[in-house]
Design a protein around this ligand. Structure first.
Ligand code: 3HC
Length: 283
């Protein structure tokens, strides 16, 4: 299938990042969120990223304008009706995602392929909310999407080989390196990464070391580009909670229980960089 128009559902950190990557790769993009202020925030983030790239001489001013020109924002899901592929990047809530997939299935042509950027929820469950479960797959980008090279491409229980290959190829066309993943809670990278961050929160909670020293330990002792707590702030503490909770619920294994500090921070609205405060302050 020839993909020309890509719809993106969600204009947050991930949605806007994915929209930027798709537009940079030459696709026409329609980015949808539920409120106009969210859409505008997403569009502004993209513009800022591109301005930075222009300032650094990585792309020309005209090219940046052309990229922005390929992205249209909307609050209407119906505006995604001409999409050849839709990438859903809404909140990590299976009920919300199922509702979106059900809506997309109604609106889009029967040929349109539907993908989810979920961090680890079930692709099969989302697929079964549609009448085209063979045309649904996981397409999981990493934060920040314009920078991180990896895309996990996940087959649900009934994803067709054609759909899987198409998502692998579109990921490559977007300049990314895809890896093939069979459906399992949290896929590959988050299954390993998120429990590590959760463990770092326990280390902090138990008073073993300060946040700064935990992060220093992992950057200097394990060569991670960012310490686990700084990474948690980048990913979002609410996302972290949802993702780790999925792993715990899906496996029933107590070793995956969420660190109470994470839950407490979410209840306090300390969500990381996006709220100005997480393990660190960004005021
Ligand atoms: N959007 C776009 N570009 C960004 C960006 C953003 N939010 N943040 C940084 N960049 C770009 C910068 O412009 C710069 O580009 P250049 O090389 O072309 O000049 C480049 O990234 C490096 O940025 P900086 O020099 O400002 O800062 P760092 O050297 O600290 O790099 C980083 C930033 C690449 C984000 C680095 O800190 C890093 O690799 N962090 C780890 C990220 C990571 O592990 N992500 C995975 C999270 S888990 C996840 O996403 C899964 C989810 O499901 C939970």
């Amino acid at each position: 299938m020839d993909i020309k128009v890509i719809g993106v559902v969600g204009s947050g950190n991930m949605g806007s990042g994915i929209a930027q990557v798709a537009a940079q790769a030459g696709f026409a993009v329609i980015m949808r969120d539920i409120e106009d202020s969210f859409v505008q925030r997403g569009l502004n983030a993209i513009k800022k990223n591109l301005e930075r790239a222009v300032d650094k001489g990585k792309i020309g001013k005209k090219e940046a304008e052309e990229i922005v020109g390929r992205i249209r924002g909307t609050v209407n899901l119906e505006d995604l009706d001409k999409s050849d592929l839709v990438i859903e990047a809404a909140v990590e809530d299976i009920e919300v995602k199922k509702e979106i997939f059900e809506g997309l299935d109604r609106i889009c042509s029967p040929d349109t392929v539907l993908a989810s950027n979920t961090s680890g929820l079930s692709i099969s469950e989302m697929a079964l909310a549609t009448r085209r479960p063979d045309k649904v797959a996981g397409m999981h980008f990493f934060n920040p999407a314009p920078v991180m090279k990896l895309v996990e491409v996940t087959k649900g229980a009934v994803t067709s080989e054609d759909t899987f290959e198409l998502i692998m190829n579109i990921s490559r066309a977007m300049g990314k390196e895809p890896i093939a993943v069979n459906e399992a809670p949290l896929f590959v990278v988050n299954r390993i990464l998120i429990p590590m961050i959760n463990e770092a929160a326990y280390v902090l909670l138990e008073g073993v070391a300060s946040a700064e020293d935990i992060d220093k330990g992992m950057t200097l002792g394990a060569n991670h580009p960012l310490g686990p707590l700084a990474l948690a702030d980048l990913v979002g503490i609410d996302v972290l909670l949802a993702v780790q909770d999925t792993l715990y619920k899906e496996t029933g294994d107590s070793k995956y229980r969420v660190c109470p500090l994470i839950r407490k921070m979410v209840r306090a609205g300390h969500l990381g960089r996006k709220s100005g405060r997480g393990f660190y302050s960004y005021q």
